[in-house]
Design a protein. Structure first.
Length: 128
């Protein structure tokens, strides 16, 4: 039996680029207006509608991430496995934006995007 380490999704939220936080806030606004999404989140991630109605974007992000980890651990395990053998290939920086290219444990080349805000590089979430 594998014991999972608790992750600090509130801290992860703080590291995200403003652009990503705005996207999540926009998704939350839409979800709150659409009953089918509310029931989907309840079933898939155990986010109750009463809690969802009171959530801010940071809470929504943490609830989604925790829900994925609890209810779909294979997704988290796959990401962790891919990260274990990762090799950084290159970094491209232009003004306040950067792209880091890396090869995952599966051999697939991937990219992570960053924006410099307040003197810090912050990751930008990419929609699948």
């Amino acid at each position: 039996m594998q014991i999972r380490q608790a992750r600090d999704y509130a801290r992860l939220w703080e590291t995200l680029a403003s652009e990503s936080k705005e996207q999540i806030a926009h998704v939350l606004e839409y979800v709150k207006m659409e009953p089918s999404y509310i029931s989907h989140l309840s079933e898939k991630f155990q986010i109750e509608s009463a809690s969802l109605a009171k959530m801010d974007a940071a809470g929504f992000f943490a609830a989604l991430m925790s829900g994925v980890e609890l209810n779909h651990p294979q997704v988290v395990d796959l990401q962790m496995k891919n990260a274990e053998g990762a090799k950084f290939l290159r970094t491209r920086i232009k003004d306040d934006r950067a792209v880091v290219s890396w090869r995952s444990g599966t051999g697939k080349e991937e990219q992570t995007f960053f924006i410099r805000e307040g003197g810090e590089w912050r990751p930008v979430l990419q929609r699948p």
